[in-house]
Design a protein around this ligand. Structure first.
Ligand code: PAF
Length: 280
């Protein structure tokens, strides 16, 4: 596996795959890799000839400085994992090369996609995500890019961005990986105590329960019931929404196909996020 720590090293490593017209797959990450990232790389390996994983903790998408400072860093572990998966290139850029003085992200009007859920809770977050992903696309020139559905709204935003700028890149959404109890894998889980890991399972259990209730209840009732069960736990609920998977519009009275429930709650200081399709 090639390791590139600078743009010069990246461009050198990309010469051959680009000149040979290999299909390039990109898995953008912020490191602290776990089985969820591993499954993105494995999926990418199946349909691309050359797989790049980028590891960059992007400062412009953090709205909470403590979260940025405390974001786990596990470089040696990440390299070993990517190596074992057959990743072809790992790219560890530094911020000064991602955001050079003369680089300018054109910006993107995301409309309602940025005015709900994560957009409301973390103003500016998705502009930061678009800024870095656009830059990574520009630098690595992938044919396909792989993103986990755990960050469901992020996938919607990136799909929108690709259409908006007419980028020749296929976005591949990949299912959320969970541990054997159902907890969605996340780099932030490293900051959970054993007790909090058990408390956090209420998210998964609430989603499963909601899925059972969609036949008899309206979305607003399913949402209320879910809010009740989280409020009885030790987690601090930030929001629950049931949304149309394409527009992210909140569903209240009637269901649409593939309706999705999205939840964010805190276990202590750790912000947990999860979602599930609750109606086929
Ligand atoms: O999902 C993430 O880890 C990040 O938001 C991403 C896509 C790597 C951009 O920094």
């Amino acid at each position: 596996m090639i390791k590139a720590y600078s743009l010069a090293e990246l461009f050198t490593a990309l010469k051959e795959p680009l000149s040979e017209n290999l299909s390039i797959g990109l898995v953008p990450t912020m490191g602290a890799l776990h089985e969820g990232h591993a499954s993105l790389v494995t999926t990418a390996k199946k349909s691309c000839n050359f797989v790049i994983t980028s590891v960059f903790i992007n400062p412009t998408q953090f709205t909470n400085q403590d979260d940025l400072i405390n974001y786990p860093k596990t470089e040696n572990h990440d390299i070993a994992l990517l190596n074992s998966l057959g990743c072809d290139l790992v790219f560890f850029p530094n911020a000064s090369e991602i955001y050079t003085k003369d680089y300018h992200f054109p910006g993107i009007e995301l409309g309602f996609l940025d005015q709900t859920m994560e957009g409301n809770s973390r103003p500016g977050h998705f502009q930061g995500v678009c800024q870095v992903v656009y830059r990574l696309f520009e630098l690595t020139k992938p044919n396909k890019a792989f993103f986990g559905l755990k960050d469901f709204q992020q996938v919607s935003v990136i799909q929108f961005m690709v259409k908006h700028f007419n980028l020749p890149i296929e976005i591949i959404p990949c299912e959320t990986c969970r541990n054997e109890s159902g907890l969605a894998l996340s780099s932030r889980n490293l900051r959970l105590t054993e007790e909090q890991k058990i408390e956090a399972l209420i998210l998964f259990n609430t989603l499963i329960e909601a899925r059972k209730n969609t036949r008899e209840m309206k979305p607003s009732e399913v949402k209320r019931k879910a809010e009740e069960s989280i409020s009885q736990s030790k987690l601090k609920l930030e929001y629950i929404e049931i949304v149309n998977p394409t527009t992210l519009e909140n569903l209240k009275e009637t269901w649409c196909e593939h309706a999705r429930m999205c939840i964010v709650a805190y276990a202590g200081e750790v912000r947990l996020i999860d979602n599930m399709e609750i109606r086929e």
